[in-house]
Design a protein around this ligand. Structure first.
Ligand SMILES: NC(=O)c1ccc[n+]([C@@H]2O[C@H](COP(=O)([O-])OP(=O)(O)OC[C@H]3O[C@@H](n4cnc5c(N)ncnc54)[C@H](O)[C@@H]3O)[C@@H](O)[C@H]2O)c1
Length: 438
């Protein structure tokens, strides 16, 4: 058992803290957000993540997990995970590192010789080396490692308890050997089941995360670029994806054309990567990411154009129901949500938009007070001239078109996620349209 602190208790940190306690460690979760900490202390998940409420209750009951806004309880613990946010800087592509800097500054005075600070936040390459100096200026005998996180929201508990790989970015020499030993103790359970482990220098570990997200974004924008061409020719991008996906070198996963990616990671991570490459004089290497970003953002505009087309050339005064507000199903995360982006565009262009989502309405209402929200599909779709499926929650994918047809004003469905069966909807009398398919 290791005594740990986890600094930053958002989507990543709260799950990490509870999972580490479940793995047998003694954990204190620390965050500056008092409401979030009060909620976690009371055993209430401050966000929606499948399996997290149960895990939180179970881990709190062991007595090995606590939460606080005070940094002092980090003292005397030997490993400290930094899990704070690294959003996009306003008006720039670069990452805003103020939270990472603030958390390390406030942790440093509580470090003891031999302690290991472990970065998990996604940061520009070079951050770990800089933070090592910050830490060692205060506690020369402490070390710093980088251990990027690959969890997916919606699967965060499973991905943390049984990750598909572990990456350690380690300092050189004996400090690196000791850091590896400390991390091996923390991750003894997943390592014992054969989880692949890659050990690297600090810079490589930081780059692994940026590279992984860039690859995933590229795969999505690639198929969405194919969708644009399919739209110009009347071809079907879902059949195209099935066909090329049979090639194991390509693979079918993450090859679903649609409204594209959003959320608190991919968009800001590829932009921060471009910004950092520019600083390093390697900007040419990543100019393709600019196109990946542009393809992705174009899908949102295309979705609004398609809505206009289906409504006969204008959405002014149209009553539009949007199914989905979260950036992906099984999450209440609305950061850079494509669904809300499209909803807001349609609203600004004169439609009356009513958005529903199983979990994300509370968050969405705070960020977009100008939109209308409904708690149920029936409420959102009542009398609608058009329905858009923009987040593929299972309950939306399973909607019976005949039943929904009795509620709406006009049977028009725009499937922004290529998640519905066109023939089923069409045979129930709906006009069905989707991105990249006839
Ligand atoms: N969410 C994901 O799926 C995911 C996956 C992999 C990596 N990441 C990365 O992990 C990091 C965190 O992401 P997130 O989604 O959990 O963000 P989040 O916004 O949900 O959580 C960040 C937390 O850090 C806290 N915080 C800010 N400053 C602090 C300080 N000085 N001391 C203590 N706490 C502080 C905030 O109050 C907040 O609760 C980001 O770098 C992100 O890119 C996220």
């Amino acid at each position: 058992m290791t005594a740990l602190s986890v600094i930053g208790c958002g989507y990543l940190g709260a799950v990490h803290a509870a999972c580490m306690a479940k793995l047998g460690h003694d954990v204190v979760g620390i965050d500056v957000d008092e409401a979030k900490i009060a909620s976690l202390q009371a055993g209430r998940a401050p966000f929606f993540e499948p399996g997290f409420p149960e895990l939180l209750a179970e881990s709190l009951a062991t007595g090995r997990l606590s939460f606080t806004t005070d940094m002092a309880p980090a003292q005397g613990r030997s490993v400290h995970f930094v899990c704070v946010g690294t959003p996009q800087r306003a008006g720039e592509f670069a990452a805003d590192l103020r939270y990472v800097d603030a958390s390390v500054d406030s942790l440093a005075p509580f470090l003891s010789p031999g302690d290991l600070v472990v970065g998990k936040s996604t940061v520009p390459v070079g951050t770990a080396a800089r933070l090592t100096e910050v830490v060692q200026a205060v506690q020369p005998e402490a070390n710093l490692a980088w251990n990027p996180e690959f969890l997916r929201e919606g699967f965060a508990v499973k991905d943390t308890l049984t990750p598909d790989r572990l990456v350690y970015g380690l300092p050189a020499g004996a400090a690196g050997d000791r850091a590896k030993q400390q991390l091996d103790e923390v991750y003894a359970t997943p390592l014992s089941t054969g989880t692949p482990l890659v050990t690297a220098d600090l810079a490589t570990a930081e780059l692994v995360k940026a590279a992984a997200n860039s690859f995933l974004a590229t795969k999505i924008s690639f198929i969405n670029a194919m969708a644009e061409v399919c739209e110009a020719t009347g071809a079907d991008v879902t059949l195209l994806a099935d066909a090329i996906g049979h090639d194991p070198r390509i693979g079918r996963r993450f090859l679903n054309a649609g409204l594209g990616f959003g959320g608190g990671c991919l968009p800001k991570d590829i932009r921060a990567f471009m910004a950092r490459a520019g600083e390093l004089g390697a900007d040419q290497a990543l100019t393709f990411l600019r196109e990946i970003d542009a393809i992705n953002m174009r899908r949102r505009v295309r979705m609004v154009d398609l809505a206009r087309e289906v409504c006969g050339g204008s959405i002014v005064g149209a009553r539009i129901a949007v199914l989905g507000a979260a950036f992906k199903p099984d999450s209440d995360d609305i950061r850079d949500s494509p669904a809300l982006n499209v909803s807001a565009q349609m609203q600004l262009q004169g439609a009356t938009v009513v958005v529903t989502d199983p979990e994300a309405v509370t968050n969405a209402r705070k960020q977009w007070p100008g939109l209308r929200f409904a708690d149920t599909v029936d409420e959102a779709a009542a009398g609608a001239d058009l329905v858009l499926l923009l987040t593929e929650w299972r309950e939306y994918v399973e909607i019976d078109p005949t039943e929904l047809g009795r509620i709406v004003g006009e049977k028009r469905m725009l499937d922004g996620r290529n998640a519905l069966q066109p023939s089923v909807w069409r045979s129930a009398g709906w006009t069905y349209r989707a991105l990249g398919r006839p």
